[in-house]
Design a protein around this ligand. Sequence first.
Ligand SMILES: [Fe+2]
Length: 196
Amino acid sequence: MRKSSRGGTALDRARPLDHQKAHEIQAFGHLIRRPIALPERAARQSVENLNQALADTITLRDLYKKHHWQLAGPTFYLLHLLFDKHYEEQNELVDALAERIQSLGGVTLAMAADVAETTIIPRPPRGREEVPVQISRLLHAHEIVLKEARTMARQAAESGDDGTNDLLVSDVIRTNEKQVWFVSEHLVDVPLVRAD
Ligand SMILES: [Fe+2]
């Protein structure tokens, strides 16, 4: 067989170099400096906060999908669609938070096991629950995210990290507040057909 210029046969060059292993290039929790005119202390604090917000947002996102699948009752179709819409919006927040962490020179949390160890949202049971319980769980999770996002946004503003402050206020806080409105109205006990 013909030899290639880099040694081995020409066919060897077409072979995928799979099963490769090496050390990590950046350990979780370590920061690299990027030329973004932000003090390292501010970037470090934001990365830590954003990873907590990321873990909780991934958990809230997945809670929406769980409830989208496991729904029961006469509001099935309505809530099936609404929960999926909120899932998609939370998914966008997940990506925005993760990409902000990388922009600041940090390392994102990513995998389910790491998220489960980090989130402060209570773990739901595997089984199905009634709609009012599903909604109560969602509202509690939203409130956890909103409370931490407000604190983190203030810290980012104080440390001069305007980009993180803007992401938390304009995207995380506003999106979560609006979703709370839409979801919480389903727990208002008004008559469906005949007024009281
Ligand atoms: Fe679906």
